[in-house]
Design a protein around this ligand. Sequence first.
Ligand code: ATP
Ligand code: MG
Length: 279
Amino acid sequence: MKLVHSGKVRDVYADGDDLILVASDRVSVYDVVLPTPIPDKGKLLTALSLWWFEQLADLVPNHVLSATDVPEEFAGRAIRCRRLEILPVEWIARGYLAGLGWESYQATNTISGVQFPPGLLEGSQLPRPVFTPSTKTDPADGHDEHINEDQVAALVGADVTKKLGELTVELYSRGAEIARERGVIIADTKFEFGRAADGSLLLADEVLTPDSSRFWRVEDWKPGQRQNAFDKQFVRDWARDLGWWDKTPPGPEVPPEVVDETRRRYVDIYERLTGLRWA
Ligand code: ATP
Ligand code: MG
């Protein structure tokens, strides 16, 4: 198999017409891969994505071909999928104010050109979930930036923008509803879509994982402050509190207690959402 892409977290191999998406235990913050792996992270992301693909299958077709027909050495952390042309947009939906969405709201009361009422706090639930796309930028070329729907349309066409923008909110809403019943708030998330050779659009990449979403426990949620993150934000917060601001490699070595706590939080989310025990 030929390695076609080594991303921050995943390695992508070509096998005939298929791709094998292999999730590693790497963790990245601000586009920098940290030197310390988080044990089981690749398996947790893979298992949770597969679970979500199934929950959402009636809303959208996806790229998954098989979770078992993968090389033995990658078992449990690889997905055989259809090779797609990934659209150059991060399809983000937000139901709560956090991260870049919160920063943008503070500055202008808007995110991606969408206006919100004044008086919302960090962590507040938005009146309704919104589509707040951003560019999908190669880390070498800078960071992702919020764009409005006209800018998305310039990249992928107006029809696709409307269809996938609505689908993004629909997928998020379904996911958030399922999670809420299990005591988890999904504050926001990022989807990727790709085009198959026959022109159809499929849900790709990973779905509603702690790397691509913000997860908070219902019992912790308190607007007006930084939320207790059960996702990658936990590592970002640690790096920021450490004073690692410059966002240039190499990132700091993660101490064992932070590694353990991060793993514990990824496991906690997996178990709460799926109702399964992490073996
Ligand atoms: P990127 O900015 O390209 O997403 P990354 O560092 O986030 O880089 P990873 O998420 O680690 O990359 O690697 C997964 C890569 O595989 C991503 O580039 C993603 O867009 C791509 N990908 C996911 N599903 C498919 C698919 N079905 N067909 C083609 N590419 C895919
Ligand atoms: Mg990625």
